[in-house]
Unconditional design. Structure first.
Length: 93
């Protein structure tokens, strides 16, 4: 089980598995703290990640569809998927 918290430490939601391979579908993850987390193979479908902290997060192999990471907090250590679909082009630019 994994608890997703915002950057102030407040619980956003709890999922019944680890973050790796998690599926987020139409979830408000704004202000979530994913700093340094392993999110490999995680799926994001139509999620709000505005102001979510992905600094140092590993998103290699993740599926990102209709989720805009331009307003998320990232850094040079954030690892994004290396295969980009047509739905991800604007989300990752």
């Amino acid at each position: 089980m994994e608890t997703i918290r915002d950057r102030d430490g407040n619980e956003i939601l709890t999922i019944d598995k680890e973050l790796m391979f998690a599926v987020f579908d139409c979830v408000d993850l704004s202000n979530a703290d994913f700093n340094g987390k392993c999110l490999r193979y995680t799926q994001f479908f139509n999620c709000n990640v505005k102001d979510a902290d992905f600094r140092g997060a590993d998103l290699l192999g993740a599926t990102i569809v209709w989720t805009d990471f331009r307003e998320a907090i990232t850094d040079k250590k954030t690892l994004f998927p290396t295969v980009v679909t047509k739905h991800q082009v604007h989300a990752l630019s």
